[in-house]
Write a protein that binds this ligand. Structure first.
Ligand code: PD2
Ligand code: ZN
Length: 294
């Protein structure tokens, strides 16, 4: 049985508000200890909150390097995946991953053979008995809510939950050159015929009250990797309406896209188009600015 942490969501929210309001770290730390949080835990949690606040400020101040199509050497505010060494393949974790498509704006890369066929089947088999109706983040409360734009069902694995999951997550970290600990828990989605995920952005709107508890645990999302676990017979492409791009869902392939700020100018509006026949399974990995919950 896990013991609940004394550092509750309410306390985290209070600390986030204090930091945003300009209270000094020593002052917030003293107050946390006075509220009964052991010093070591208080220092750890406060460090994470301050790191996340600093990266938020850094993001807000960063020049629009990634969105400038003439700029090739954008700073590392988003993952910079490995580049293909032989014409179009990258060797990671003993696999030949191919680069099938690259777009500069929005920053999109389609990878082939990121997952083995057997790995896809195993992920589906592990997830199938655990899926429930999908939800989205409630931007008012910071909790989860059902949304008509997302009609799929899904579940999330804990980071490193099984050897297979950890291996895939470490492969992703190596390919994208982004820390393993900054990756959210792997989310699995299943779409039946007619189900879809209407166009949306994967970053959270930092001006909404519900964003604070989310941002306090690892900062903003900066990139997404949607991995296809099967090939739907018809439909189910991932689309980027701003640029008219549709990426076909092909088992083992994945679409990566990054966004250096929480802003539509990144062009990363994207959706899961309706499935027309059969079903569609995907695994999504979202990458955060800082370490996040496993
Ligand atoms: O299933 C997809 O193609 C899809 C599309 C848009 C998944 C996500 N977004 C996501 O998981 O964020
Ligand atoms: Zn999405």
């Amino acid at each position: 049985m896990t013991v609940p942490s004394p550092f509750t969501d309410e306390l985290r929210q209070w600390a986030v508000n204090e930091i945003a309001a300009g209270s000094g770290p020593d002052q917030v730390l003293r107050e946390l200890i006075a509220r009964g949080i052991p010093e070591e835990l208080a220092v750890d949690e406060l460090t994470r909150l301050l790191e996340s606040r600093l990266s938020q400020l850094k993001q807000q101040r960063a020049p629009a390097a990634e969105t400038d199509p003439s700029s090739d050497d954008s700073p590392n505010t988003v993952p910079q995946p490995l580049t293909a060494d032989s014409p179009n393949t990258i060797r990671v974790d003993g696999r030949e991953i191919s680069v099938l498509l690259q777009l500069k704006h929005p920053r999109v890369i389609v990878f082939g053979n990121l997952l083995g066929q057997d790995e896809c089947d195993k992920l589906v088999a592990l997830a199938r008995p655990r899926i429930t109706a999908s939800s989205v983040i409630d931007m008012q409360s910071g909790g989860n809510k059902q949304d008509e734009g997302r009609t799929s069902s899904g579940m999330a694995f804990r980071r490193g939950e099984t050897k297979l999951i950890e291996r895939i997550e470490r492969r992703i970290a190596a390919l994208l050159q982004w820390p393993y600990e900054n990756g959210e828990a792997l989310q699995i989605l299943r779409y039946a015929v007619g189900q879809e995920y209407k166009p949306h952005y994967d970053y959270v709107d930092p001006t909404q009250p519900g964003a604070l508890p989310f941002l306090a645990r690892g900062g903003q999302r900066v990139a997404s990797l949607v991995m296809y676990l099967n090939t739907p017979p018809r439909g189910g492409a991932t689309n980027f309406p701003d640029v008219g791009l549709e990426v076909a869902a092909v088992k083992g392939n994945a679409v990566f896209f990054s966004y250096d700020k929480a802003d539509p100018s990144t062009g990363t509006l994207h959706g899961g188009m309706p499935v027309m026949a059969g079903e569609k399974w995907v695994a999504t990995k979202w990458l955060r600015v800082s370490r996040t919950d496993p």
